[in-house]
Design a protein around this ligand. Structure first.
Ligand code: NAP
Length: 371
């Protein structure tokens, strides 16, 4: 039996307010296995997208894979909707490393189809979601450690849940933990019509901040406005540093949330006020160039490069983060824009569109058997 996925970093679990007391022991490794093990009695064949070599979207292959029975501390989940995130591109291209071959994907919602021996707190038929590790959500069915799964309130649409776990918890980390946005703050958000950007802008607006958002075209500008941006910059046409200077009377913004990276990083630093926070959390345009620490001195700037996984390491942190996101979705403060839905078999098209900047809001894959 050959393992094609492995734990990358600490995993996620459910929200205490939504769950019976959790859950079970830490399991080891997700056990999606190669079809060559077909003779094994405890496996079933499902369709999945698998990567054998890193590269462009064409390396996403639609294949039969085998999924085993859940072991102690595990559940098997039949996915209903799968979130696409830019981090999936980083793994596909090899920017982020994992063992080959692997099934990508770090976010999904589905129904429990089997539970491991002795497991309490989860049962067949439960609707659950997860995000983060293990990789492997681009599959009709997958094995998950029970401690990473989160029960889903029945009122929330599957596509919305699959859009809001990873992106929403990222927004929580950025706005409430890296830098605490308060009424009166002015903030700059790049890619303000994107998956994370849409949630960031809505949430920051609700917190009372003045939100300046950047986008690449008119259509996305309209979406950024709907996301609560008070000022929208089309950064392919205007210099966002100039706009920030005008809007803030040259004082600068309190924080920049920069997921674009290489193309925006230097300009973002220029937009900051004295003692401003540069929160660099992604690299959609490529890794930002290194800077000498002395570049922070003229304005006593703070520089932070957060990863969601490090803010949900403990169960309590995860529960708090997931609970806050889901309650803001339920109350309508966060409107999740599921603007793109593809069959799982067409994940390559979803990746190509994401990288070509053709998408806005969230992208969701639906297993072909569920269409
Ligand atoms: N640190 C963390 O823990 C964490 C967690 C989640 C996500 N992230 C990061 O957050 C970012 C957003 O993720 P997402 O899944 O929501 O994606 P997304 O923002 O929906 O898509 C990326 C957007 O970035 C903008 N962009 C600018 N230059 C680009 C380029 N050269 N190539 C492609 N896109 C470019 C595009 O918007 P415009 O067309 O408007 O420019 C594009 O739509 C990613 O960088 C991701 O790595 C980080």
């Amino acid at each position: 039996m050959r393992v094609v996925g492995r734990l990358q970093s600490p995993v996620l679990c459910g929200h205490r307010k939504l769950l019976p007391p959790l859950l079970c022991r830490v399991s080891s490794i997700p056990r999606t296995v190669k079809a060559s093990a077909a003779a094994m009695a405890d496996t079933k064949v499902v369709k999945a997208v698998r990567i054998h070599e890193t590269g462009g979207p064409e390396v996403l292959k639609w294949e039969d894979v085998e999924v085993g029975e859940p072991k102690e501390g595990e559940v098997r989940v039949k996915n209903k909707a799968i979130g696409v995130n830019f981090i999936d591109v980083y793994f596909r291209t090899g920017l982020y490393k994992t063992d080959l071959p692997f099934i990508p994907g770090m976010e999904a919602v589905g129904v429990v189809t089997a539970v491991g021996p002795g497991l309490t707190g989860r049962k067949v038929g439960d609707v659950v979601a997860y995000c983060g590790n293990p990789l492997g959500s681009y599959s009709e069915e997958q094995i998950l450690p029970a401690r990473v799964v989160l029960p889903v309130p029945p009122s929330i649409d599957f596509k919305v849940v699959a859009s809001v776990m990873l992106k929403g918890m990222t927004a929580h980390v950025l706005l409430r933990r890296c830098f605490k946005v308060e009424p009166g703050h002015t903030i700059l958000v790049h890619a303000a019509a994107g998956g994370v950007g849409s949630l960031l802008c809505q949430w920051a607006n609700a917190l009372g901040a003045t939100v300046i958002g950047t986008v690449s075209n008119e259509e996305k500008a309209a979406q950024a406005e709907k996301n609560g941006c008070h000022h929208v910059v089309i950064y392919t046409k205007e210099d966002f540093v100039d706009v920030v200077n005008n809007v803030t009377s040259r004082k600068g913004v309190n924080v920049v949330y920069d997921s674009v990276g290489k193309d925006t990083f230097q300009g973002s630093l220029q937009c900051l006020a004295l003692r401003g926070y540069m929160v660099s959390f992604g690299q959609s345009s490529g890794r930002p160039d290194p800077i000498p620490i002395t570049d922070l001195v003229p304005k006593s700037l703070f520089l932070c490069r957060p990863s969601l996984m490090h803010y949900i390491e403990s169960r309590d942190e995860l529960l708090e983060s997931a609970g806050e996101v889901l309650s803001l979705v339920s109350s309508g403060v966060l409107k999740v824009r599921v603007n793109h839905v593809y069959p799982l078999s067409e994940a390559a098209r979803a990746h190509a569109d994401l990288e070509a900047r053709k998408t806005s809001g969230s992208i969701v894959l639906i297993p072909d058997s569920e269409l």
